[in-house]
Design a protein around this ligand. Sequence first.
Ligand SMILES: [Zn+2]
Ligand SMILES: [Zn+2]
Length: 240
Amino acid sequence: MVKILNRFFNFLYPPICPICNEAVDSHGAICANCWKSFNWISNPKCFKCGYPFPADLDLGPHPLCPHCAAGECDLDFIRSACVYDDVSKNIMLPFKHASQLKYQTMMSRSMINALRDLDLHIDVVMPVPLAWKRLVKRGYNQATLLARPIAKHFNAVLDVDSVTRKYRPDMGHKTTKQRRENVRGVFKIKDKNKLIGKNILLIDDVMTSGATFYELNRILRKAGVSAVYAVSFCRVVHSI
Ligand SMILES: [Zn+2]
Ligand SMILES: [Zn+2]
């Protein structure tokens, strides 16, 4: 019965690529041409933080970037689906600021895919909280929209209220150190009972310097969580 209804739905609303409107096999999928235009992050990459290495390097099964090798990444694992460039920016920014929610499925699917090489047990999926002032202005938290299907995939609890965020003006283009200082102390744990001993997966649309993930990780560890992972749709890749 569900199959018949699905076919009828597809007949009325044929699935199209949300980027170029080309016909595709299923709703939410993107076409092969658009797929090829992204800079998807695959191996070789840093096993811990997901930093992409040049494709022709053979670094063994679990290579580490200099930061992770020096013990500077406190999260258990970070992954991102693709590199932040003109292609991913043209999806991410309209999704974030212009209610272009048609990209939600492809974005969250690619994030699930980015976590595939890690056999994670996740209890709680937590979108990076948005300050109340921004939430009211924008009307939605883009990270929550991405987190919902990811929580469903991992059979985990979607947690949008255990941590709150204070409003602070935009960070602009500042150094990693300045970004870290700017975000320090902005998050507050409201209810740690739901988090103690749990494995948490943080969700964001873009990872710039990692400062937001690091700060959330810091207060979650203090609250007694067991493990912290993070995944973003795209990631700014600085040379290291
Ligand atoms: Zn397309
Ligand atoms: Zn690394």
